[in-house]
Design a protein around this ligand. Structure first.
Ligand code: GLC
Length: 554
């Protein structure tokens, strides 16, 4: 498959596929359940490959499928060279990769290099071996502060709440050193000062490249390297000069990715990395995608952007100009498994929302408005130069499930925050495929399995089956947009030119002969001359209604 155009794209040319690919994020536990246990798996993905091919995406990013105690839904990996029995077997993963390629779909697993599970053999060995051992050198163990070392070594906080340190027991059972975990205590951070860690991950990359994966999504790509002195964090973390934050976006992280790039380049075809990197500024993000490092990095400024034309334009311009300097394509994204689904974000009057944060119940939601905007956002995103990600269910118009009962919540954020933050489960609810009642075809008929998170009844109108064959549905919109994107020579990589537009609207053209107008204001705006290729909602004669976007042949 490699070296040829596995995507079947109408655009030929010599640019590597990843420069303008549309990649579909499969959150494996919630995509499709093949074995009837209420949790998604590889068998489920295999059975839905025709759906993904027909949707018109180029590749699949699959969230962690490795053996894991699932303390953080698989981001606590116990063994990078196998598959969790909940999800299938290694042989099934290999079959999936081969079948996806036959369908013209590339496959990108997730790799989690910042931390492992506390059940990983390395961490168990580290606990057993005790202080000062080479086993502990693979992690970040330190004596505590204060009398008897009962205080954590510094003031760092876990992203999920609470201290970033947990006290371990010495092999004799007495309280001993502390270990660092920037996420849950079940996710001890690796020590990237240790060459063994580098060697291990390069070997893991090879393990999967040998199984013909097309690349990796890199979890917490900005976090691997820590200041070896482990200084306390300043109260105001925005005060750090670039690269000086003790555990984020430190320059030495790029050495790791230079080595990873060399590994990827050893393999035939165009293998690619996409970084989940959070950086204080866009120029720092561009560092990750210089030509000797990673290929792409998610643009979270776009995802975070409030529903405001000027704000979008600024993000688009800033992103493309910094990336142009380093010769990398942009990577647009509206949703993923960590954030509130975008119809629910856009359906609130609130203009700002914190990354990973949740709305309070008091912020009223206008879901109809949110869905209208989400449709417009899809056309805006898919018309921009570069590549894009689609989070499973976004093509069905799914929204955040905000009323999950407390007792079903599984995100560690819920407990770690002392049950003050509900966490990310609301964007992780299993997909509705067919039928008129839960589990909506998520599990095989007759299995009697309940999905691992309950689905809202209202999703009966949003199943893939209910939308199939209806061009005006969200699924119809995505299918048409993705088909046009493949066919139209102006779309994908390239440049855009802004045109005059009313306040609150965005208008740009792309050569040859393509125009996109998105009206983010609350009044109609003029529709430029041209033949309508696709509109996110009903149009008025020569006006573009509020919260609507259109693609035009000029
Ligand atoms: C990334 C993942 C998130 C996970 C965290 C720790 O941000 O996207 O789901 O909890 O890393 O691995």
């Amino acid at each position: 498959m490699h070296g040829t155009d596995a995507t079947g794209s109408a655009r030929s040319g010599t640019a590597p596929w990843w420069r303008d690919a549309v990649i579909y994020q499969i959150y494996i536990r919630s995509f499709a359940d093949g074995n009837g246990d209420g949790m998604g798996d590889i068998a489920g993905i295999r059975s839905r490959l025709p759906y993904l091919r027909d949707l018109g995406v180029d590749a699949l990013w699959i969230t962690p499928w490795y053996p894991s105690p699932q303390a953080d839904a698989g981001y606590d990996v116990a063994d990078f060279r196998d598959i969790d029995p909940r999800f299938g077997t290694l042989a099934e993963a290999e079959a999936l990769i081969a079948e996806a390629h036959e369908h013209g779909l590339r496959v990108i697993p997730d790799i989690v290099p910042n931390h492992v599970s506390d059940q990983h053999v390395w961490f168990r060995a580290a606990l057993a071996a005790g202080p000062g051992s080479p086993e502990r050198e693979r992690f970040v163990f330190r004596p505590g502060r204060g009398p008897d070392g009962a205080e954590p070594p510094n003031n760092w906080r876990s992203a999920f709440g609470g201290s970033a340190w947990t006290r371990a027991a010495d092999p004799d059972g007495s309280p001993g050193e502390w270990y660092l975990h920037l996420f849950a205590p079940e996710q001890p951070d690796l020590n990237w000062e240790n060459p063994e860690v580098h060697a291990e991950f390069q070997s893991v990359l090879r393990f999967w490249f040998d199984r013909d994966v097309d690349g990796f999504r890199i979890d917490v790509a900005h976090g691997l390297v820590k200041d070896a002195d482990l200084p306390d964090l300043l109260d105001d973390t925005s005060a750090y000069p670039a690269g000086a934050h003790p555990h984020q976006d430190r320059d030495a992280v790029h050495e790791i990715y230079r080595a990873w790039r060399r590994v990827a380049d050893e393999y035939p075809g165009d293998r690619k990395f996409v970084a989940e990197a959070h950086t204080p500024t866009p120029d720092r993000l561009a560092n990750y995608v210089r030509s000797d490092r990673l290929h792409t990095a998610f643009n979270f400024d776009f995802l975070r952007c409030p529903w405001d034309a000027d704000a979008f334009r600024e993000v688009i311009d800033t992103t493309t100009s910094y990336l142009e300097e380093v010769g990398a394509p942009a990577t647009w994204v509206l949703s993923n498994h960590d954030v509130i689904r975008h119809p629910s974000r856009y359906g609130r009057s609130l203009q700002e929302w914190p990354y990973g944060g949740r709305f309070s119940a008091e912020t009223p939601l206008d879901l109809e408005l949110g869905l209208r905007r989400a449709r417009a956002a899809a056309l805006l995103m898919l018309a921009l130069p570069g590549g894009a990600y689609v989070y499973q269910g976004e093509e069905l118009g799914l929204w955040e499930v905000e009323d999950l009962p407390d007792e079903v919540l599984q995100d560690p954020i819920w407990e770690r925050s002392g049950r003050t933050e509900r966490g990310r489960d609301g964007c992780r609810v299993p997909l509705p495929w067919s039928g008129t009642a839960p589990p909506f075809g998520f599990s095989p008929d007759g299995s009697g399995a309940e999905p691992w998170l309950p689905q809202p009844e209202e999703w009966k109108e949003y199943t893939a089956r209910a939308q199939d064959g209806r061009p005006e549905s969200v699924l119809g919109l995505y299918r048409t947009a993705l088909r046009l994107r493949r066919e139209h020579p102006a779309l994908g990589e390239g440049e855009l030119e802004w045109s005059e537009a009313d306040e609150g609207a965005l208008s740009f053209t792309r050569a040859p002969g393509f125009g996109c107008v998105a009206n983010l204001s609350n009044r109609p705006c003029p529709l430029p001359r041209g033949r309508v290729l696709l509109a996110s909602g009903p149009l008025e004669e020569d006006r573009l209604p509020p919260d609507t976007a259109v693609w035009l042949a000029l």
